[in-house]
Write a protein that binds this ligand. Sequence first.
Ligand SMILES: O=C(CO)[C@H](O)[C@H](O)COP(=O)(O)O
Length: 233
Amino acid sequence: MSADNQKRLAAERALTFVTSGMKLGLGTGSTAAHFVAGLGERVRKGHLDVVGVPTSEATHKLAVQHGVPLTTLDETPELDLTVDGADELDGSLRLVKGGGGALLREKIVAAASARMVVIADASKVVERLGAFPLPIEVIPFGQRATAIAIDKAARKLGLDPVLHLRMGAADAPFRTDSGNLIYDCDLSAIPDPEALADALSGIPGVVEHGLFIGLCSAAVIAGADEIRVMGKD
Ligand SMILES: O=C(CO)[C@H](O)[C@H](O)COP(=O)(O)O
């Protein structure tokens, strides 16, 4: 079975967590897109009555296309459930996110939700986080100084970071939905995600980093032969 089919199956399983009346956070990425499509289908058929807060402009567009009723986090600041993808997750449901560049809004929306459920194909489950370069969103002002501070903070923790400024179209740096830049920080492994998260959060100029710790309560993982739920079903 292809990874995309696994993503679709994980999304379909997560739809069983949704009940009418829920206020939902809608994640970003190819796995979350399957969830938004499935949600839209159920809404159009009259099986579900929900509202969603998109975590990116891309998800906003997709949700409109699929007929998912939308609200904003300002109108609806407390959500019941966020369903989102991940770039990596470990056995303690610690995540690396931001491959799609939406980590800031994704983290704000997840933090405003009573529950966050990750949906992923089995390749995303790792023994130890860090093979996927950690996305770090920074303010454009002083971005080179911020990158040096990130490098120093990681080295203090015994890591050997390699930072790449993410590029977008036409050889220009990628800009997030909030107009910021992203450094992808190649660390090979992150032995102590909590310590790195704390260190990065303390750097002026870092808006947010892609380590999601203590936010995800369950993950639906679709493999070639089975779908399993990690954490609280
Ligand atoms: O964090 C994300 C976007 O910022 C995505 O959830 C993550 O990149 C996974 O994407 P996909 O479902 O396409 O594999």
